[in-house]
Write a protein that binds this ligand. Structure first.
Ligand code: PDD
Length: 284
């Protein structure tokens, strides 16, 4: 079955899905995106993803390509056309094609592109033993709260991780952890969870938000604050969250084996509960 993408109003085979070389997403990374997890063919936490998309668009004064409720229908139609039962839907909005000039063009029509990726989320084999991560310098710009497609610094960080066989890079700035290259980073110490407070320094993770709600349900104490690399290294448990990993236990940080090399109890419980909740609340 050919993969089907969505480009500016049309569902087309992936190889025919094209945008202009003058598209500002291509020339300036002038665009924003979202990745929504799909489980059982349904959209997980999608309302929060679309709310964040709306915020990202607003922060860069970019027009909506289509109304938000239409987007959900398009995402579901794309999943259906690709017979996607588990994985993700990637959605990108750019300012559109215009003569190359730095300031925003007045008359460009936004580009909307979507495609699907199959991925084992629930039975992700990495969850059994946990993943390795490495710390890398955070080389990014100062508006990381916007889910911009300018991802070169994250690609460089992920490549550093890949070179040493690690699954994720945990980015560090001035001695404190910001986040993973494509995930939110969490530590557990003495039964308390710690994750970075929201600011322009990190992306407001949608999975983070859902996990915070689960922590409240479970009566787990959470501190939203900065934490140092030393705290990361000395944590009882480490885990990451993202639409592409759900809750993923980390069992190695740099050269250190964490939680005796096995997924920690809190990460394990949160992963299980996140999946149960996602199945119950997904839309489709
Ligand atoms: N990335 N921080 C960064 C820098 C991210 O790129 C992501 C997600 C997250 C987690 O956000 P969420 O829980 O909303 O997925 C945090 C997506 C999955 C990606 O680029 O593939």
């Amino acid at each position: 079955m050919p993969r089907i993408a969505y480009v500016n109003g049309a569902f087309v085979p992936l190889e025919d899905a094209k945008v202009s070389v003058l598209d500002r997403g291509f020339l300036f990374a002038d665009g924003v995106y979202e990745v929504t997890a799909v489980i059982d063919g349904k959209l997980v936490d999608n309302a929060a993803h679309l709310a964040r998309l709306e915020r990202s668009l607003g922060e860069i004064e970019m027009a909506h390509p289509v109304p938000l409720d239409t987007l959900t229908e398009l995402q579901l139609e794309l999943a259906r056309r690709n017979e996607l039962t588990e994985g993700g839907i990637y959605l990108q909005v750019t300012r559109g094609a215009a003569e190359r000039d730095f300031a925003y063009p007045k008359d460009a029509t936004p580009t909307l592109v979507m495609f699907t990726q199959e991925r084992n989320l629930v039975d992700d084999p990495r969850a059994k033993n946990g993943v390795a991560v490495v710390t890398t310098p955070d080389l990014r710009w100062k508006r990381r709260d916007i889910k911009s497609v300018a991802m070169l610094a994250q690609a460089m960080a992920k490549q550093e991780a890949a070179k040493v066989g690690a699954a994720e890079a945990i980015m560090v700035e001035d001695g404190v952890v910001t986040e993973g290259s494509s995930s939110t980073a969490w530590i557990v110490k003495d039964g308390r969870l710690i994750t970075r407070n929201l600011s322009n320094s990190v992306l407001p993770g949608v999975t983070r938000l859902s996990v915070l709600a689960l922590c409240e349900e479970l009566g787990l104490e959470v501190e939203e604050r900065t934490y140092t690399v030393d705290e990361l290294h000395e944590a009882d448990e480490v885990f990451i969250t993202a639409a592409t990993t759900l809750v993923m236990p980390v069992t190695k940080v740099d050269d250190r084996i964490m939680s005796n090399g096995a997924p920690g109890p809190i990460a394990t419980r949160l992963r299980q509960l996140y999946i149960e909740t996602a199945r119950r609340t997904s839309v489709g």
